[in-house]
Design a protein around this ligand. Structure first.
Ligand code: NDP
Length: 346
């Protein structure tokens, strides 16, 4: 085996077309720490956090460029290093952002070393391309609905962004729990979202969402609002008593919209400070939270089971060749993908 590989490396700060370079001299990791395995990557999926980090992180904040891009992978174990995995096992998982920066590993490379705890076996009913996009978006949806909101059968969840990667997982997981699901997307994606199992569809392009929800208040009110678009829309938060149950929870995947400029990032930070934090801290009986995904093997195993039994299906928007990563980012940056944008690596 050669000791170098091809990898898309973040070399500069900016948009992917400016920041990324395809290199063929990137070292294959040759030393595994206890608990780490070496994976030959078959496919990698892109996530908005990938380009957001490229665009905003100055080098001194730990990005430590050059660094292979992205987190989500599927692949084959090359060296199990005495862990639960053996050479040839087919797996999927992700390299969390902080770990990626600490260990200089990323998904857009032919080989990665990563902890066995960040991987599970790929169910035989999904392909490597489908499996590549499960972990980051799927775990975000699972943690929001199950770990944080503790959604139960019979409750109603409102999912903003039902056709997004996180939203598509959230709809399916909520239905698997037995919840009633209301979801938004633009009209062109109504069929896509309904096929995922939603009970009620809202076209968010028709009028501002808070206006729609205050003029059509749900009865009973929602137990959970999951904003999987990470909108900066303080009106959505401030009007939420009209549509959120008294003990309900308003969860957002982030304060930063796609393609955020630095002024929008500041607006997002002000939204957290001015709108969310006082209400969260103020002891009202309605709760607001922005959450960040944490890696939990138990969550990954729960997703693996749901996928193996067919209650959740990975949704792939598009598949690109390794050389076409910049085109794949253009698709993701359009904010129009329905499901995951995946790159074939081997
Ligand atoms: P995607 O790129 O998959 O989202 C694209 C989708 O968003 C499209 O289908 C589009 O549908 C929909 N969309 C765009 N604007 C709106 C809108 N105003 N209302 C409703 N739907 C809209 O995104 P991901 O699912 O990968 O990520 C979603 C967000 O969550 C990102 O901001 C990401 O950074 C964040 N995130 C945060 C995590 C965390 O740990 N906090 C983890 C994962 C993601 P249409 O064409 O119909 O508009």
């Amino acid at each position: 085996m050669s000791n170098v590989q091809r990898a898309w490396i973040v070399e500069r700060r900016g948009r992917p077309s400016h920041a990324l370079k395809l290199r063929s001299d990137w070292k294959i990791p040759n030393k595994l720490e206890p608990g780490e395995v070496l994976v030959r990557v078959q496919a990698a999926a892109l996530n908005p956090v990938g380009y957001k980090l490229m665009a905003v992180l100055p080098n001194f904040m730990g990005s430590g460029r050059p660094l292979p891009a992205e987190q989500d992978i599927s692949g084959v174990i090359e060296d199990g290093n005495g862990t639960e995995f053996s050479k040839g096992d087919e797996v999927f998982g992700f390299i969390a952002v902080d770990l990626s920066q600490a260990t200089r590993q990323g998904a857009l490379a032919q080989y990665v070393k990563m902890p066995a705890d960040f991987l599970v076996m790929r169910p035989s009913n999904v392909s490597p391309v489908e499996a590549a996009g499960i972990t980051l978006a799927g775990q975000t949806a699972y943690q929001g609905l199950v770990d944080i909101a503790k959604l139960e059968a019979g409750q109603t969840v409102f999912i903003n962004g039902g056709s997004s990667a996180v939203g598509a997982f959230a709809i399916q997981i909520a239905k698997a729990i037995g919840a009633r699901v209301v979801a938004t997307a633009s009209g062109k994606n109504e069929d896509f979202v309904r096929r995922l199992g939603v009970d009620e569809f809202i076209d968010y392009t028709k009028k501002p969402l808070h206006e729609y929800l205050t003029t059509n208040p749900p009865s009973p009110k929602y137990h959970l609002i999951l904003d999987a678009v990470a909108l900066i829309d303080s009106a959505l938060y401030t009007h939420s008593p009209a549509y959120l149950a008294p003990n309900g929870l308003f969860l957002s995947t982030g304060p930063f919209p796609k393609n955020a400029s630095s002024s929008e990032l500041w607006k997002g930070i002000k939204t957290i400070t001015a709108v969310l934090t006082p209400r969260w801290l103020g002891g009202t009986n309605r709760r607001y939270a922005i959450f960040l995904l944490k890696n939990k093997k138990s969550n990954l195993e729960a997703l693996q089971r749901m996928i193996a039994n067919g209650s959740v299906k990975p949704v792939v928007d598009s598949v690109y060749e390794f050389e076409d990563v910049l085109k794949a980012y253009e698709r993701l940056l359009s904010s129009r993908a329905t499901g995951k944008v995946v790159v074939k690596v081997d």
